[in-house]
Design a protein around this ligand. Structure first.
Ligand code: ADP
Ligand code: MG
Length: 371
């Protein structure tokens, strides 16, 4: 089954091919035809399964570039994710279409953004806070929106964006098509979907832990005091190409990053306290391979799709299984092999057992000779 057979135009399939994307993933196969038909969709598939293209392709295909208004609105939980989705849209529209896309997120110059919005913009990708800002200032007109996408809905609610999302939805015509995508479907997301979609097609792709299977997962038994040293030893032996290291708090991120830099490692930090410019700069340098180790908090790294991430280190163990899956999903994206290493001190044992139980697997101790 090809993208063409799903109803995607040659103009797009050609660009996909140039980017090495020929065969649709399961979630793309199931959702694209339904979205093209105009039905609401509630789509669930694990991280790294290609949900972005699943909604971006049909959304773009429905845009009438002659109509001078915002027709597609995509809401994402973080700035990084909004930037990433925007880049994906640009890749598909830059060379061969008149479709214009604008990213709307915090930390940018509001005036410049407003100017851009006066121009011809067909697709807006934004974070809830900044979108609401524009709505309140009446600097954005969403009355022409015919397709509304809520991406990473579980994460959106996790961060506490529910009321923002409701306020945004109220400004989008009721006749719109609504698409909601999520890696997991907790009750709050189901409720949101029930409230805001009309007779949606529920599409769940049970990947039977495809992502998890493609990622080798190991643990390193450690102590709180010995952890930093154990991490350095592990890095030395594994020699990652690009790695993300997760810590529980911003302070722990900064502390560990400093320690790594002092030891001569090429690392930098990503968390919510950095300025927008700094965050973008760090992300760009990591993508370009100028930074080898990205030390990050959960929220900052959520949804990030960076090619070539060979290793994820859970320096601090994830507090729940969802976040464990999200974290390790940063490596081994779309088929590439990855290794996720979780550092486990005595007091982390209970969390480890919970993760093992909920992902139906036993995590083995890292044996360096096999890596
Ligand atoms: P998700 O939103 O489900 O976490 P993404 O949309 O971020 O996943 O996609 C993950 C990665 O897979 C991206 O690098 C994307 O370019 C790639 N990808 C998407 N669709 C395909 C496909 N059909 N074939 C190969 N790679 C794909
Ligand atoms: Mg996604």
């Amino acid at each position: 089954m090809s993208f063409k057979e799903l109803g995607i135009q040659d103009a797009f399939t050609e660009i996909l091919l140039q980017n090495g994307i020929g065969e649709p993933t399961p979630i793309q196969k199931e959702t694209i035809p339904v979205i093209l038909e105009g039905q609401d969709v509630v789509g669930q598939a694990q991280t790294g399964t290609g949900k972005t293209l699943a909604f971006v392709l049909p959304l773009l295909q429905k845009i009438d570039s002659e109509r001078d208004e915002i027709q597609g609105l995509i809401v994402a939980p973080t700035r990084e994710l909004a930037i990433q989705i925007t880049a994906e849209v640009r890749k598909l529209t830059d060379t061969n279409s008149e479709i214009n896309v604008l990213a709307v997120y915090g930390g940018q110059d509001v005036i410049a953004q407003m100017h851009k919005l006066q121009g011809k913009v067909h697709v807006v990708v934004g974070t809830p806070g900044r979108l609401l800002d524009h709505i309140r200032r009446e600097t954005i007109d969403l009355s022409g929106v015919s397709t509304f996408v809520l991406d990473e809905a579980d994460q959106m609610l996790h961060i506490g964006f529910l009321s923002d999302i409701e306020d945004i939805m109220a400004k989008v015509p009721a006749s719109r098509q609504t698409l909601l995508f999520s890696a997991t479907m907790p009750d709050e997301v189901k409720k949101l979907a029930e409230t805001y979609t009309k007779n949606p097609r529920d599409i769940q792709v049970k990947t039977k832990q495809i992502t998890l299977k493609e990622i080798r997962q190991r643990i390193v038994e450690t102590t709180d005091r010995g952890k930093q040293n154990d991490l350095v030893q592990t890095i030395r032996l594994l020699r990652p190409y690009l790695a993300i290291i997760f810590c529980r708090t911003k302070r722990r991120v900064s502390k560990l990053n400093e320690a790594l830099q002092t030891k001569g490692y090429n690392s930098d930090e990503l968390h919510g306290d950095l300025s927008q410019a700094k965050r973008e700069d760090v992300m760009r340098r990591f993508r370009d391979g100028e930074i080898q180790f990205l030390v990050a908090t959960d929220v900052a790294a959520r949804g990030l799709d960076v090619e070539g991430v060979t290793h994820v280190f859970n320096y601090d163990i994830a507090l729940d299984t969802e976040s464990y899956i999200h974290r390790i999903g940063r490596t081994g994206r779309a088929g590439g092999k990855g290794l996720a290493v979780t550092f486990v001190a005595q007091k982390d044992r209970r969390l480890l057992q919970m993760i093992e139980r909920e992902t139906n697997q036993k995590l083995n101790v890292l044996k360096l000779e096999y890596m």
